[in-house]
Design a protein around this ligand. Structure first.
Ligand code: NI
Length: 503
């Protein structure tokens, strides 16, 4: 009996097992979609709505599985079509990029998993924070974080410019600061190439804003060049007060303290700018007064005066020597500079201007202007004026054409730009003699009140000649003026050319 029961029991157990298998087959299969792609089975589950804890946002789970990979994403559906489209497009791109990285001949299964968190800051500001987990066949598991800053009410994606009133340059400065902080926090050095890439590819910047300020999220894998979690860096609100957009209130609720601090920061900045402006005005006024005083006191029309001029500089060796000697005699002169030399010695040019001397334009590269057309002339003179202005803060209006060579085109150019052409009445021939005594002799023979003397502050022999020249001229009662002062005394205006007087 017992044996019969046991046998019956065994048969029953077998029948139950067979039935369980059959039922399992029936419920498990057929799946909605099954394909055989060469040797691989392909299984896409339909999108499945899953419980959502977020108001007005539905969540859908989607799974796709083969024997080489698995994709699982959760995608949100909102009442904003723009936001839905942007997220859908982005999710699709993520999948495609993942799929293209997969090789089919591996035992290991690759996986992509995308999850989402939604943080609500205000009625007009939600953050969809996606976590992307990837395990590729080659390389370990990586995690990335991508944020969509959105205004569901207004049906739009938010940009940094909705929060901060800044230009691209300021944004880059802020981002640079964030990268510096990453280096300190993570104790790493970010490679220059990577730094540059991050700075210039604005569409890869991940960020969000809240009461704590602006937070950047950097891809740890990129920044550290190894497997690394996303790196969050916060630029505190205090650092952003001067940049905060007036409309930020609809997105972020600043605290009472923050609002007060922001007002104070803006007020202080205004005062700072105003003070700087006042200081600059004051300095300019003082400068103008000093110049006026100098012009009035130094020379009267019936005095003996002469304008010393120095061409072809500035030079690193000779110009400072010339300045030193002029200073000893409290004499002012005029330096006609070459743009190409200002390139080399901008600080010497500045020294000349700061010492109260006048600076004129001797063209860019010392070419014969009569051999150039109007464009060439404009270029030779224009670039030099720019360079002198950059180096000294003063734009010259006196032009001395190289070799004293000018024609109607040169005059037209000067007239067009409000310049004045200045030549000379006394040639020291310093470029030829290269001898201090010869230079002194040449000048002494021909000088007369109202002369313009041509010398060159590129020959050391010219600097050698200066002490004796100055001493003699002072003893003869000469005073030293700039070319502008000479023009004024002689009542000469306009384009010129102006030569100065000879015996
Ligand atoms: Ni010259």
């Amino acid at each position: 009996m017992i044996r019969h029961i046991t046998r019956l029991g065994l048969i029953l157990i077998v029948i139950v097992i067979v039935m369980i298998i059959a039922i399992n087959r029936l419920t498990d299969a057929p799946p909605k979609k099954t394909m055989n792609l060469s040797t691989h089975s392909f299984n896409i589950q339909p999108k499945e709505k899953i419980p959502s804890k977020y108001k007005e946002v539905d969540l859908y789970l989607e799974t796709e599985k083969t024997d080489t990979y698995m994709i699982q994403t959760i995608s949100p559906k909102t009442n904003s079509q723009t936001v839905n489209n942007a997220i859908e497009t982005w999710l699709e791109a993520q999948k495609q990029s993942f799929l293209s990285s997969i090789t089919e001949d591996s035992d290991k299964q690759a996986s992509l998993k995308i999850d989402v968190d939604i943080e609500t800051e205000s009625k007009h500001y939600d953050r969809f924070v996606f976590q992307i987990y990837q395990e590729k066949i080659v390389g370990g598991e990586t995690r990335q974080e991508i944020v969509f800053n959105v205004d569901l009410e207004a049906d739009k994606l938010l940009s940094l410019n909705d929060f901060l009133a800044v230009n691209d340059q300021t944004l880059q400065t802020i981002l640079k600061r964030a990268l510096d902080l990453v280096e300190i926090d993570e104790d790493i050095t970010i490679h220059d190439n990577i730094r540059q890439n991050v700075l210039t590819s604005r569409d890869t910047w991940e960020w969000f804003m809240d009461q704590a300020g602006l937070t950047f999220i950097f891809d740890g894998n990129v920044i550290t060049e190894q497997n690394h979690a996303p790196i969050h860096v916060n630029i505190p609100m205090q650092a952003l007060y001067l940049h905060i957009d007036d409309n930020i209130n609809q997105y972020i609720q600043l605290s009472e303290t923050q609002i007060a601090e922001k007002e104070k920061a803006i007020q202080e900045e205004k005062e700072r700018i105003l003070a700087a402006k006042r200081e600059k005005e004051k300095q300019e006024q003082q400068k103008a007064e000093a110049q006026k005083k100098q012009q009035k006191s130094s020379v009267k029309a019936d005095d003996k005066y002469v304008a010393l001029t120095f061409d072809d500089g500035p030079s690193g060796q000779v110009t400072p020597r010339v300045l030193e000697i002029l200073k000893q005699y409290d004499a002012k002169a005029t330096f006609f500079m070459l743009g190409s030399q200002v390139d080399y010695y901008p600080e010497v040019a500045k020294q000349v201007a700061d010492a109260g001397h006048e600076i004129g334009n001797h063209t860019e590269a010392h070419r014969d202007l009569t051999k150039l057309g109007p464009d060439g002339i404009r270029q030779e003179i224009g670039s030099t004026s720019d360079k002198i202005n950059n180096a000294t803060g003063v734009r010259p209006y006196l032009v001395r054409p190289p070799y004293g060579a000018y024609n109607q085109n040169v005059i037209n150019d000067a007239a067009h730009n409000g310049n004045s052409i200045i030549l000379w009445s006394i040639d020291s021939l310093d470029w030829q003699s290269r001898n201090a005594d010869a230079i002194n002799r040449e000048i002494q023979q021909t000088i007369t009140p109202g002369s313009i003397v041509l010398m060159h502050d590129i020959h050391s022999t010219t600097a050698d000649a200066l002490p004796e020249l100055m001493e003699t001229l002072v003893q003869e009662g000469y005073q030293f003026v700039t070319v502008s002062q000479l023009r004024e005394i002689q009542g000469l205006n306009g384009v010129g050319p102006i030569y100065g007087r000879t015996k």
